[in-house]
Design a protein around this ligand. Structure first.
Ligand code: ADP
Ligand code: MG
Length: 530
């Protein structure tokens, strides 16, 4: 009996010890996995680091590319396209105008009534429509433009009698088309390639204004396209309409781009005449030192125009910037390799709204695989590209609840991962922060490049210059931490004194508004407003 009891006791003891060993082993394994996960985060953070020295290298490289792009066609990854907008709005534009703003998964249709000199915009209305994914990649060019024009026609059909154009004139539209195009006039442009998730081969090489016009004809919509611009140029025009000190525009939305005012004689690839660009603004490099103490850059520029210097609006297409100095991780390289446009738009892929969420997803997915971050199996939803949008990143990053419940609910809703620990949620916030911080600081480096190129990065004592940059895009508008980080970084890069002379102005819907205003300034009916 005793023997049996001892045997059982021994057996129990062995079983307990074995169970304990399993628990210890599991814990050690778990601890080991956690250590591995933390190493992955640390490594990612190091690869995304953007100290000021690195940002200055990025800015130097961008300026070199800007100069190369201005010197010759195809001379740089930065296309530095010369826009056909030779005169920015004056504020005297008057009448009823429309805009179609297409630059991402959503497009906007706008109607503006401009009051003429000093009266500004007296009526403004818009609708926003999202484009079905099937029309972005799998469809024909006609199907995409038919879908867009059907919404535009509906918008026009629903407007009241107050918005009828006078009988002698057609409705006029400014078309904001934010993909790389080569323009041959203010109202025509050949698509070079699609970006931001669009891929309809048929459209490439075609005039997109013609595509739009044909779709309008198919729908019996009596409207003409008077101006085509991209979002950056549109925002510059819209920003300028509101504020005379605007010299550049930056888009941080689905994609990213910038436009600015350049002196025509610095554009070596420009062989055409040097038209006067009307009343434009530029900075100190254009102005002799003796004139510096005059208060406003716009005033300074009026003097220069009087002296015969022409300016042109340059659409940088900065999304395509690429440099060995850009801080890239293996996750970015993987995202690029698997994208619709590998090797292109690298700057855009680390800073714009389309990609920030996807970068975070890729990091989490690798952590799940390599370090069992969410348990022994990789949650299937984590493997779905682009399932995590940047609005979710911004919500999680800015979660101020003590137990990070916003993070928990997003992770549950999007990835179907329940019961995340607080420790895990904290790491997720950290990853969102790393990705957003890098993007915001690189945007600041891009802005620094424009300011440096214009000579707006220095200021002389007593000078009260103001340099305004119109900012547009859902990322900049809605992602507060991103915006704050960009602004703080620009302050660090420029130094307090110069930073105080720079105004980043949120230009809500600036790209569409600007296009409608440019439709007014390029109207066929100029001079016959009523
Ligand atoms: P588009 O660039 O397509 O013209 P928007 O300027 O409206 O359109 O920008 C839309 C992009 O802005 C979205 O793709 C998204 O990435 C980003 N975005 C929108 N809302 C938020 C948000 N709350 N937080 C962060 N990013 C956002
Ligand atoms: Mg836009």
């Amino acid at each position: 009996m005793r023997k049996v009891a001892v045997g059982i006791a021994v057996a129990c003891g062995v079983a307990a010890a074995a169970a304990a060993a399993v628990v210890v082993h599991r814990r050690m394994k778990k601890a080991g996995k956690w250590v591995k996960a933390m190493e992955m985060v640390k490594d990612f953070e190091e690869k995304c680091a953007t100290p000021l020295s690195r940002l200055r290298q990025v800015s130097d490289a961008m300026i070199v590319e800007m100069q190369a792009g201005l010197a010759s066609e195809g001379g740089s990854k930065l296309k530095m396209l010369i826009s056909y907008v030779d005169s920015l709005p004056t504020g005297k534009e008057k009448g009823l105008f429309y805009a179609l703003d297409l630059g991402g998964t959503n497009f906007r249709v706008l109607r503006l009534v401009l009051g003429g000199k000093g009266r500004g915009i007296i009526n403004q209305q818009f609708v926003e429509v999202s484009i079905p994914t099937s029309l972005m990649t799998g469809s024909s060019s006609d199907e995409l433009f038919d879908f867009i024009v059907a919404k535009l026609a509906k918008f026009v059909a629903q407007e009241g009698p107050d918005f009828k154009p006078s009988p002698c004139r057609q409705r006029e539209l400014g078309f904001t088309f934010s993909f790389p195009v080569v323009q041959t006039s203010i109202a025509s442009g050949t698509l070079l390639k699609w970006t931001k998730g669009f891929s309809i081969n048929e459209t490439v090489g075609r005039d997109v204004v013609e595509e739009l016009t044909k779709a309008m004809e198919r729908h019996g919509l009596d409207m003409r396209v008077s101006a085509m611009v991209n979002d950056a140029v549109g925002t510059l025009a819209g920003g300028r309409y509101a504020n005379n000190d605007v010299v550049a525009a930056v888009i941080l939305g689905t994609g990213s781009n910038a436009a600015y005012v350049e002196r025509a004689d610095a554009i070596l690839k420009w062989h055409g005449p040097l038209p006067r660009s009307g009343e434009m603004v530029s900075c100190s490099s254009l102005i002799p030192i003796s004139e510096h103490s005059i208060a406003s850059t716009s005033f300074l520029w009026k003097n220069r125009v009087a002296n015969g210097i022409s300016l042109k609006v340059i659409n940088m297409e900065w999304g395509n910037f690429k440099s060995a100095h850009l801080p890239l991780s293996e996750y970015d390289l993987e995202l690029d390799a698997e994208s619709l446009n590998p090797g292109d738009q690298i700057f855009e892929k680390v800073m714009s709204g389309m990609y920030l969420g996807e970068i975070v997803r890729r990091v989490l997915s690798w952590m799940a695989k390599e370090a069992a971050f969410f348990g022994d199996t990789v949650p299937p939803k984590l493997k779905v590209p682009f399932i995590l949008g940047t609005p979710a990143i911004s919500a999680m990053h800015q979660d101020t609840s003590p137990d990070l419940k916003v993070v928990a609910s997003h992770i549950k809703d999007i990835f179907e991962i329940t019961n995340t620990s607080l420790k895990i949620r904290r790491v997720i916030v950290q990853i969102c922060s790393i990705v957003a911080t890098r993007g915001a600081r690189l945007s600041a480096a891009g802005i620094l490049s424009i300011l440096r190129n214009m000579g707006c990065d220095t200021i002389t004592e007593g000078e009260e210059r103001r340099t305004a940059i119109a900012m547009d895009g859902g990322l900049y508008e809605h992602y507060t931490e991103y915006r704050k980080c960009l602004v703080n970084c620009l302050n660090e890069l420029l130094g307090k004194e110069v930073f105080e002379s720079v105004v980043l102005e949120l230009s809500n819907d600036g790209s569409g508004i600007g296009a409608a205003i440019l439709a007014a300034s390029h109207s066929k009916y100029i001079g016959c407003y009523d």
